[in-house]
Design a protein around this ligand. Structure first.
Ligand code: IMP
Length: 430
């Protein structure tokens, strides 16, 4: 049975949780493969809304095994709080597995994240301040602390000493902050060891043997393509690889085992934090999208920047991820516009670009070239088939499909789990 990868095709917050939820009981394992508690999935089940930041959204689905893969960065305090919150609401987290190789976010990572941003001044990335970038930096710099280190206090101490060595110089001398002691970090980490120990596993081995046993494994990306550290709008990106290739690295599942790569695409565009955004709206239409779409960050509560659909980005995303299918979310939010613009190309200093510009400079200068489609006024949340949609909404969806280069397998028409138009099965029949 297949491994399926699910990736956001824009700048995040496309509604990936809804797709995971829709796949529901057909998924046996739901795996986070990168990022940390900078993410935020909202899953609505039976009218109950659950916001999860670190756990895979499949944790809500009964019978599904949620897995935190090696590519994730784990803040143990946040993880245990999230587990406690779900348990208190009657959601079992007993099946959760955590990779022994996942890296730990320490309090000093969040401190460095925040002071670095402050020092960047007007060049700020607008990070979530959760310590994500500094934790990945330590991983690549080979001074990271991993989940498995919690179970060997001697090694843990050595690693924390190594990690703090340079950081304390930086904190004291450059950022004018107090030094952090090895003891406070080690003692803090060790407090979590017993609670986490039963959940820690060689998750790559577990997932590969699940695939051998014909189980369905969903590899769920957090953030999105345009926030990818290699393929996104660098440096205004997160510090990991949400794109499909990252699913292999961050889970220990090889590329030959992946059958479907599903892109999640919002019917318009949003972005949180700084960085270029060619179709951004600064007018009443942008405010309307934010209000009707509820465009406020699940993690930070920040208002999201809103704009029209950008087909250049979507087409680029299809290329980078090799999408086999798309799931289009929030089409209902577009009801009520006279005309609905789609960005089909960019004007960069007088030159038309049909593809993503090669350089950051050109992308910062990109101005959208729009095609205008007729809008629709009907409430489409009750539509359950493509034919139920108003003709103008059908035309909008068909035009997107032509531009983005992969078929639309499903459409979200409202926040509820049933408010979906299913066009093609995402999990192939056994
Ligand atoms: P970091 O991931 O906290 O380092 O933040 C880097 C950039 O990614 C910032 O612009 C954040 O706003 C953005 N970002 C991180 N996580 C998410 C997410 O889940 N959705 C949307 N944007 C995100």
């Amino acid at each position: 049975m297949p491994a399926i990868v699910l990736v956001g095709a824009q700048w995040g917050d496309e509604g990936k949780g809804k797709v995971t939820d829709l796949l529901g009981s057909s998924v046996d394992y739901c795996v986070r493969y990168q990022g940390g508690n900078n993410a935020g999935h909202t899953v609505v089940v039976d009218g109950e809304s659950y916001a999860v930041h670190l756990l895979p959204s499949g944790v809500i689905t009964p019978g599904c095994v949620p897995v935190i893969g090696n590519g994730v960065v784990v803040d143990p305090a946040v993880l245990l709080d999230e587990i406690a919150m779900l348990e208190a609401r009657g959601v079992s987290t007993d099946r959760l597995l955590i990779s022994a190789n996942a890296h730990l976010i320490a309090p000093y990572h969040a401190t460095i994240d925040k002071v670095t941003e402050r020092f960047l001044g007007k060049n700020q990335i607008g990070t979530t301040g959760r310590g994500i970038g500094p934790t990945y930096a330590d991983k690549v710099n080979r001074v990271g602390v991993r989940v498995q280190d919690l179970f060997d206090p001697g090694i843990l101490r050595q690693k924390v000493e190594g990690a703090l060595d340079q950081k304390n110089h930086l904190l004291l001398k450059v950022y004018n902050r107090r030094a952090i002691t090895v003891n406070e970090i080690v003692d803090g980490f060790l407090r979590y060891a017993d609670a986490l120990r039963p959940k820690v596993a060689d998750t790559s081995a577990v997932l590969n043997s699940a695939l051998d046993d014909n189980k369905v494994v969903l590899l769920e990306g957090a953030q999105a393509t345009m926030l990818d550290v290699d393929h996104g709008t660098y440096p205004f990106v997160t510090s990991s690889n949400p794109t499909a290739g990252g699913a292999c690295i961050g889970s220990g599942v090889g590329p030959t085992r992946i059958d479907r790569v599903v892109g999640v695409l919002k019917a318009y565009t949003t972005r949180v934090g700084a960085g270029p955004f060619p179709t951004e709206l600064h007018d009443a239409d942008g405010q309307h999208l934010r209000k009707v779409g509820g465009e406020y960050g699940v993690t930070t509560g920040r208002p999201r920047r809103c704009g029209w659909f950008d087909a250049v980005i979507a087409k680029y995303s299809t290329r980078i991820n090799g999408f086999t299918d798309y799931f289009l979310t929030k089409l209902d939010v577009l009801s009520g516009f006279e005309r609905v613009p789609i960005c089909v190309a960019y004007d960069v200093d007088g030159v038309r670009h049909d593809e993503m510009p090669m350089t950051q400079t050109d992308f910062h200068h990109a101005r959208p070239i729009f095609e205008y489609l007729d809008g629709w006024w009907e409430d489409i949340s009750g539509c359950r088939s493509f034919e139920d949609l108003p003709k103008a909404a059908q035309a909008y969806m068909k035009r997107l499909e032509e531009l983005i280069g992969a078929p639309v397998a499903g459409v979200g028409v409202g926040p509820g789990r049933d408010e979906v138009i299913a066009i093609r099965e995402l999990v192939p029949a056994a």
